[in-house]
Design a protein. Structure first.
Length: 293
């Protein structure tokens, strides 16, 4: 049971999604010309450890609010199956191991970036959620850094391609997270979380913001095709750019539908749609990666 609880501390489903974007960004780096599966596995493990550490700290800090919400009441610290001290020790060990592994096997720039991301998420974003809705903006920074971490791990430098991927995941988080906050608004507001852009809760202003950010994603996702990171000179590239365009249309339509209906069901469709959108875009970019970039 303890092992299962420690795994739950890492929020594995969320962590896998975050680390997935880091691994794809690593593979998109021009210097990564062949797939070294051991390196990919080590990047995945180090990413899971760092992300899991941040998630564990989040559960230690928010244990009282987690206990008040039905969707989080069974988390191991909120349910008192693990103590806060056990959570702190676990997060320290996993975080330190993950950062060291990144530095030792890849480079220390990626490792320091991962440490900064962990700090920003656990100690700035997490407590800020009860203070002001700007927490979503702050949280989007560590949420997008895995893309840059993966790129730097593969490319050994901060370069334009990494920042494009960072921007992709940064802007994606706004419609994604506001849809989640819309669906969970009653629970969140009951414990004092202020995560929607309007003080009045789910409003047309919030819905309009999801549309705005989904529109911003269009040029960001097409930018790799205009900068040489991705190519349309082969069939895979043409398929990829079609996937990118269709994914953007899909996301925009769902956000417009939220604005039109103002229903929780529509917000849930935006939320689930965003889960499909990001991996689809990343796979499309990998499919169309320029061989000689």
């Amino acid at each position: 049971m303890k092992i299962r609880d420690y795994i739950m501390l890492m929020k594995p489903s969320l962590s896998i999604m975050v680390v997935f974007s880091s691994v794809i960004s690593y593979l998109l780096a021009p210097r990564v010309v062949e797939y070294d599966w051991l390196e990919i596995l080590l990047l995945f493990i180090s990413g899971m450890l760092v992300t899991g550490s941040a998630n564990a700290i989040n559960q230690v800090v928010e244990r009282d609010t987690d206990a008040q919400m039905k969707r989080t009441a069974n988390r191991p610290i909120a349910a008192k199956r693990l103590s806060p001290l056990q959570g702190w020790i676990f997060s320290a060990l996993t975080g330190a191991t993950g950062v060291w592994l990144l530095g030792d096997r890849f480079n220390w720039a990626a490792a320091l970036l991962a440490a900064f991301s962990l700090f920003l998420y656990a100690f700035i974003y997490t407590p800020l959620k009860k203070v002001n809705s700007i927490a979503v903006l702050v949280g989007a920074l560590p949420g997008a850094l895995p893309c840059l971490i993966g790129w730097v791990a593969g490319q050994d430098e901060f370069s334009f391609g990494g920042w494009i991927l960072f921007a992709l995941q940064f802007f994606w988080q706004f419609p994604h997270f506001w849809a989640i906050a819309w669906v969970a608004h009653q629970d969140y507001s009951a414990v004092g979380f202020r995560l929607l852009p309007s003080r009045e809760g789910p409003t047309r202003f919030t819905a309009m913001q999801t549309i705005a950010y989904s529109l911003l994603l269009v040029p960001v996702t097409l930018l790799p095709f205009f900068t040489g990171l991705s190519s349309t000179e082969h069939l895979q590239g043409l398929i990829a750019i079609a996937m990118v365009i269709l994914a953007n249309v899909f996301m925009i339509v769902r956000c417009i539908n939220l604005y039109r209906t103002m229903e929780v069901k529509a917000a849930r469709l935006v939320m689930f749609g965003s889960y499909l959108y990001l991996p689809l875009i990343l796979f499309a970019l990998l499919l169309s990666k320029t061989p000689t970039a």
